[in-house]
Design a protein around this ligand. Structure first.
Ligand SMILES: [Zn+2]
Length: 191
């Protein structure tokens, strides 16, 4: 189980942390990708986004999700002191620690979520890489499926904060991971 964490602290009047989770675990590679294949600019989906600067091939390791590797507890304490407008860029590692893209991170922290993502996160040896899962044309925005995990006691009302508006045909309506989707559907039915 991934620790609870968050990409954005956009809850109403509080700073809640939830987590990305890497889709795949793979051994580390000696190839260290840089951000030069992509640029960060305003996204039509949400805030800033990451865009391809050149054609990217399916399976290509595009860049690393950089940041401070720390514990979930330390990260929560660090961000609890921040104002509610601040953004939290945490990526859950399989051993329970997190990568905090807000400290020492790169442009990868601006990756937006999509239900039909064109990239995925791959974890290996305390590092997380973003890899293309299909061919991507220059100018296209890069997306991963956040598959967010939130703390067990999150209220059903708060779960609606993670609604997805990716606009794709296969949109499942939430940025939450599999374990949480049924709960969200239950809320929808009772509304
Ligand atoms: Zn969606």
């Amino acid at each position: 189980m991934q620790p609870p964490m968050s990409r954005t602290g956009e809850g109403a009047g509080r700073h809640m942390c939830v987590a990305f989770s890497a889709a795949i675990l793979r051994p580390p590679s000696f190839h260290l990708p840089s951000m030069k294949r992509v640029s960060v600019r305003r996204s039509p989906i949400h805030g800033k986004g990451v865009f391809a600067l050149r054609p990217l091939s399916r399976g290509e390791r595009v860049f690393e999700y950089r940041g401070l590797v720390t514990t979930w507890r330390e990260a929560s304490r660090h961000y609890a002191r921040r104002d509610e407008e601040s953004h939290t860029f945490l990526f859950g590692l399989s051993d329970g620690r997190v990568i905090d893209g807000g400290r020492g991170g790169n442009g990868a922290r601006w990756l937006n979520h999509a239900c039909s993502a064109n990239c995925e996160a791959v974890e290996g040896a305390d590092r997380v890489y973003i890899e293309a899962i299909r061919n991507i044309a220059p100018g296209e925005e890069l997306f991963i499926d956040y598959a967010l995990e939130v703390p067990p006691k999150t209220s059903q009302k708060s779960l609606s904060d993670y609604a997805c508006r990716c606009g794709t045909r296969r949109c499942r309506g939430t940025m939450l991971g599999r374990a949480w989707r049924d709960r969200v559907r239950a809320v929808d039915r009772s509304a």
